[in-house]
Design a protein around this ligand. Structure first.
Ligand code: ZN
Length: 174
């Protein structure tokens, strides 16, 4: 296992659409382990492969609460098959958008079809936080980010701020 660096906006890779997985082999299994390690290390509840720079349709999630047992789930080639009319709103953050939180309304329940780590086809009904989280991560696979839910004006302000942060040299106080 290896801890990977998470890429952040404005890295253009985050806008790339990821490729489907044909077979779950050793490389994919290693990638999944790296994704879990990187997600837990950064205290995230979800991570898509593209966020460590790999354009493959793989997502890892764990929405268990602090006091609960860990509940790692991996979705390969996930597709949303059904959504509820009922919506829920969460303030979402993203490991690829430091210090940015946006209220987003999404379907409260969604049915996701995917392949698991053993290569088996599965379906899962996702509710509330899990529903929001899986939809957020599937957006990553299509090059979509939470700032796309904002107006262009607000989006540009955030991108500009994050771009500026990146160019700043390290500050030293002597
Ligand atoms: Zn994200």
């Amino acid at each position: 296992m290896a801890l990977k660096k998470i890429i952040t906006v404005p890295n253009e890779l985050l806008r790339k659409s990821s490729d489907p997985i044909e077979t779950v082999g050793d490389n994919e299994k290693k990638l999944i382990k790296d994704l879990f390690e990187t997600m837990y290390h950064n205290k995230g509840i979800g991570l898509a492969a593209i966020q460590i720079g790999v354009p493959k349709r793989i997502i890892v999630l764990d929405v268990s609460q602090k006091e609960e047992k860990k509940n790692p789930i991996c979705f390969i080639n996930p597709i949303v098959k059904k959504i509820s009319d009922e919506k829920s709103i969460y303030e979402e953050g993203c490991l690829s958008l430091p210090e940015t939180f946006i209220e987003i309304e999404r379907p409260k329940v969604c049915l996701v079809e995917y392949i698991d780590q053993e290569g088996k086809k599965k379906e899962m009904e996702c509710d509330d936080l899990l529903s929001t989280c899986i939809q957020h991560e599937i957006n990553h696979l299509d090059g979509r980010l939470i700032i796309d839910f904002l107006s262009k004006l607000k989006r540009d302000v955030i991108i500009k701020k994050l771009s500026r942060n990146k160019q700043n040299p390290d500050r030293v106080v002597v």
